[in-house]
Design a protein around this ligand. Structure first.
Ligand SMILES: Cc1cc2nc3c(=O)[nH]c(=O)nc-3n(C[C@H](O)[C@H](O)[C@H](O)COP(=O)(O)O)c2cc1C
Length: 414
């Protein structure tokens, strides 16, 4: 009977344990978590979502406070088009976050940054370019482009000296999305170094509609592996979404996937950025406590616990401090929804917004409890303490369980 450790992910001449820990913004996949994956010979992700805020927390900078001060005059203005990111600050924050993480890296694995393209930041092209280029400047091993795949993203860093040496990959949920990306990038003569295929059971935003349950990762990935082979592309294809045991992973590795990307199992790791009490909520969740809803202003469905405090919370849009989801014209679907409710309650009191959430502020405060479909199985991966709470696990324990377990077994902590 095979185990994950019988396989290796190859990038050129180098080999890695074929386990990637997926990016989880905002700072849920912390540097500590990514560093453990790399130390153990796999691949870890940090995320650059709301990187100015992450830098403030990690390095005591004051980027968010400074921005809030600069745009304070606009807080009651419904028009957010004037709220911009300072590109030098964005570069500085990214270099700090990535640079400190890379300096701490040990072991034979790699660290990538998850870069969600739906963070349009009131200036999609310029901000994305700065995010990618600064991560490369700071020595990141690779970049994974996700959520809202911008077909021209590789082109934005084509002049960077590390453009051909860093690993660049994309997340797709259909063969069509991959084909479009490859077509658009043909002139760059630069294929993605890896393609992550994320199925409908993943956490975070989904590349599917509310009919997500009709899709099956195994079918999509088979289609993509066939396409890559037929086109003689030689791109490692990585399966993600709902891979809960080492044996689940083996079934993908045996059928042509080069690695797996996993995340949900690591949401209860000691190194994961979720607050300790929220980890307990993840553990306690039952299947009926999890939903896929449309409250994300990005327009993508998102999976989360129904008890997420963000749901229905009618806070004032936090764009003057954050503003990561403002489109090129300074709009965000939450602002529209909030203004609709404000018109009904002009005193600004008792505002509840059900259809959208202020994703920046709420993610920043860990109030959107996004999670994978199998979160309800996390309770089976640990033991309970005398007070009834669940033991959190080390990332190493979870990683090695994926790497060495057989027969769908899950090792409990000692
Ligand atoms: C809490 C959480 C947050 C996530 N955030 C992101 C994100 O910021 N960007 C992204 O591309 N994927 C995100 N994902 C998706 C994961 O990176 C990963 O591809 C997917 O969840 C794997 O499926 P699994 O959770 O069933 O193992 C997130 C997943 C979880 C559980």
């Amino acid at each position: 009977m095979k185990r994950v450790d019988d396989f290796r992910l190859k990038f050129g001449q180098k080999e890695y344990v074929p386990i990637m820990v997926g990016g989880m913004g905002v700072d849920i996949s912390t540097a500590e978590l990514a560093l453990e994956a790399a130390r153990l010979g796999g691949i870890g992700h940090i995320s650059d979502a709301m990187v100015n805020d992450v830098s403030d927390r990690r390095f005591d900078t004051s980027f968010v406070k400074d921005k809030t001060k600069q745009y304070k005059y606009n807080i009651n203005n419904l028009d957010k088009s004037g709220v911009k990111f300072d590109l030098d600050v964005l570069a500085d924050a990214t270099r700090r976050h990535v640079g400190a993480t890379m300096e701490a890296k040990k072991g034979g694995g790699l660290i990538f940054v998850n870069c969600m393209e739906k963070l349009t930041m009131n200036s999609p092209r310029e901000t994305l370019q700065v995010r990618m280029a600064s991560a490369l400047d700071a020595g990141i091993d690779g970049i994974t482009m996700s959520a809202g795949l911008h077909l021209g993203s590789f082109g934005l860093i084509a002049d960077h000296p590390r453009f051909r040496d860093a690993k660049l990959g994309i997340i797709v949920s259909s063969v069509r999305a991959l084909q479009l990306f490859l077509r658009k990038n043909a002139r760059l003569n630069r294929l993605p170094d890896f393609v992550i295929v994320e199925g409908p059971l993943a956490g975070g935003h989904l590349g599917f509609g509310l009919d997500w349950a009709q899709y099956d990762l195994a079918i999509i990935i088979a289609e993509i592996i066939k396409y890559v082979k037929d086109e003689q592309l030689n791109i490692p294809v990585i399966a993600a979404g709902g891979i809960f045991t080492g044996s689940d992973a083996v079934s993908f590795l045996e059928t042509g996937s080069a690695a797996v990307q996993v995340a949900t199992r690591f949401t209860v790791a000691n190194e994961c950025g979720l607050p300790a009490d929220v980890k307990q909520d993840y553990y306690r969740a039952n299947e009926e406590d999890i939903e896929v809803n449309t409250i994300s202003p990005t327009g993508y469905p998102m999976r989360m616990l129904k008890s997420s405090p963000a749901i229905g919370d009618g806070i004032r849009p936090g764009c003057e401090s954050y503003g990561y989801l403002l489109d090129a014209n300074g709009n965000c679907a939450y602002i529209t929804s909030y203004n609709r409710e404000l018109a009904l309650h002009p005193d600004g009191k008792n505002i509840s917004v059900m259809d959208k959430t202020c994703l920046c502020t709420q993610m920043r405060n860990f109030k959107v409890w996004t999670c994978g479909h199998y979160t309800y199985r996390l309770k089976d991966t640990t033991r309970r303490n005398a007070d009834g709470s669940y033991q959190t696990l080390s990332a190493e324990h979870i990683f090695k369980d994926y790497q060495f377990s057989v027969d769908h077994q899950i090792a409990l902590p000692v």
